[in-house]
Design a protein around this ligand. Structure first.
Ligand code: K1U
Ligand code: ZN
Length: 180
């Protein structure tokens, strides 16, 4: 099991646009998917986009079950239909720890994607799965959910996370100087 480092907002690498996967069934792709799933379950979270682990390819893992037996791997996903009906859901993000806020999105979507072997599939989603698919697909386009919030809220979140990061860096420096 390998846990990957999750980039934290406002890291500029979260705004890179991911490229399509061109080679399926490779050991490298299988390893990436397995490591992303391990990282998502460990966090814990219900989804993870490759962008969040600094890999800029169109790969997403999602599991919205409590039992952790419903992993779905989406490679090169495309939304083929979105409902007119919208819903507001209090979203979270492993790249924006501790922040939850309401985002309005279509309540149902159809998505077409490939699995790790390259087999194409299409599914229709509603509820948390629909929210999560759209949230993760935004990551692949370099968009973080806080960009749906007001500039005031976004700036407050940015300042809070930067302050926390400086604190974490200070703690790490103190730990390493104590070891010397
Ligand atoms: O960072 C991410 O993209 C994952 C994110 C997915 C998501 C959740 C809720 C709404 C939209 C998108 C998360 O998993 S945040 C953590 C979370 O929601 C959760 C954690 C533990 C158990 C259940 C949910
Ligand atoms: Zn996210």
């Amino acid at each position: 099991m390998a846990l990957l480092n999750i980039l934290r907002y406002p890291d500029p690498r979260l705004h890179k646009v991911a490229k399509p996967v061109t080679e399926f069934g490779t050991e490298r792709l299988r390893r990436l998917v397995a490591d992303m799933a391990d990282t998502m379950y460990d966090a814990p979270g219900v989804g993870l986009a490759a962008t969040q682990v600094d890999v800029h390819e169109r790969v997403i893992v999602i599991d919205v079950t409590d039992s952790h037996d419903g992993l779905i791997v989406f490679i090169n996903p495309e939304i083929t239909w979105a409902s007119e009906e919208k819903q507001v859901y209090d979203e979270g993000c492993l790249s924006v720890p501790g922040i939850y806020d309401g985002v309005e999105r279509p309540s149902r979507v159809k998505v077409r994607a490939h699995d790790a072997d390259g087999k194409e599939f299409e599914l229709e989603a509603d509820g948390l799965l629909a929210v999560c698919i759209q949230h993760e697909m935004d990551h692949l386009m370099g968009k973080v959910f806080v960009e749906y919030l007001s500039p005031l809220k976004r700036n407050r979140i940015k300042a809070k996370l930067l302050k926390e990061e400086r604190g974490l860096e200070r703690e790490a420096a103190q730990r390493s100087s104590g070891r010397r």
